[in-house]
Design a protein around this ligand. Structure first.
Ligand code: C2E
Ligand code: MG
Ligand code: MG
Ligand code: MG
Length: 301
């Protein structure tokens, strides 16, 4: 109803909207608690594998070498159940909790990467960074401090930034990215092709990697236009000397098409799903053993 006060409408009461905002506030309050307790939040890890010519190993189906591992946030909510990032990140992104959450993710991801390295299984870890966090001037110092605490070489951290974020060319974000890059941290453009000026992003910002959005990968076998976009992106990335990683690869035909186009690496359910840290360690150990057997078979290991 329209509330009247002195003949003037002062507010529209919209129950649906009101519910939504109370819900948002509740979610944020719950996340604040989860961050403090640190038990409901966790990371799953999804490897990316090299698509280059991989020598076959007798008796082993070599899925390709793992080039990096992406950290994906999970929230096991006591009442709402298991929440995917899409179910809560948009709300968090609009709040001041994004900073603490990003810090939590970086801390956990770098701790895991340091553990793999100690076990002789060093692999770069990729962390997704939201727009709001990139606008925080102290982010480079935070990252530097965490790298130091875990004694991790900066090259073992990749920050994934969605293309749409990079488009909002703000001097603050550009400065933050430049300072992070100077630390030696690698930068990747996530969801490439979904923004409006994909190519500008590549020339303006100091990135080392491009991740082709999974929509293009999904459509490339049916839509010539999607295939053309993938082809052009791979070409461009190679000319600019960037790694190019395809997201969301689910079918063997997609893998071979991407390999043929010269795509550097790929990620998707075809190779590895996102998995818990223990499982990932087991996968890394297994890969190392396959590699060793391979070297012995060649007589070089
Ligand atoms: P993204 O960075 O593009 O991550 C890829 C998403 O695709 C992940 O969804 C992953 O589980 C999913 N995926 C991987 N392989 C396949 C496949 O073969 N097929 C299909 N259909 N999907 C696949 P998830 O985990 O739900 O994450 C969604 C998005 O949430 C991420 O997209 C990323 O933008 C964001 N995100 C995740 N973790 C974090 C985080 O710690 N911080 C921030 N700021 N964003 C995060
Ligand atoms: Mg990502
Ligand atoms: Mg992506
Ligand atoms: Mg994507």
């Amino acid at each position: 109803y329209q509330a009247k006060h002195g003949g003037q409408p002062v507010a529209w009461y919209d129950p649906a909207r009101d519910d939504a905002s109370t819900d948002r506030l509740a979610l944020l309050a719950e996340l604040r608690e989860a961050l403090a307790a640190g038990e409901q939040l966790s990371l799953e890890l999804q490897p990316a594998v090299a698509l280059g010519p991989v020598k076959p190993v007798r008796g082993a189906e070599l899925a390709g070498e793992i080039t990096s591992v992406e950290a994906l946030l999970r929230w096991q909510h006591p009442r709402r159940g298991r929440l995917a990032p899409g179910q809560f990140l948009p709300v968090v992104e609009a709040s001041e909790l994004m900073g603490p959450l990003t810090h939590w993710v970086l801390d956990r991801a770098l701790g895991l990467a340091a553990g793999w390295r100690r076990a002789g299984l060093a692999v770069p870890v990729a962390v997704n960074i939201s727009a709001r966090s990139l606008a925080e001037r102290q982010l480079p110092e935070t990252i530097d401090e965490l790298l130091g605490r875990y004694r991790l070489p900066a090259e073992l951290l990749i920050l994934e930034i969605t293309e749409t974020v990079m488009l909002s060319s703000s001097p603050v974000i550009d400065d933050v990215l430049a300072r992070i890059r100077r630390l030696g941290v690698q930068l990747a453009v996530d969801d490439f092709g979904t923004g409006f000026s994909s190519f500008t992003v590549l020339t303006r910002l100091p990135v080392q990697e491009v991740k082709i959005d999974r929509e293009f990968v999904a459509q490339m076998s049916d839509l010539p236009k999607a295939e053309a976009i993938v082809r052009a992106t791979v070409d461009l990335a190679r000319r600019l000397n960037l790694r190019v990683v395809a997201e969301g690869v689910e079918h063997p035909e997609q893998r071979s098409a991407l390999a043929e186009l010269g795509c550097t690496a790929a990620q998707g359910f075809l190779f590895h799903p996102p998995m818990a840290p223990d499982r990932l360690s087991a996968v890394l150990r297994e890969r190392r053993q396959v590699q060793r057997r391979h070297l012995r078979a060649e007589g070089t290991g």
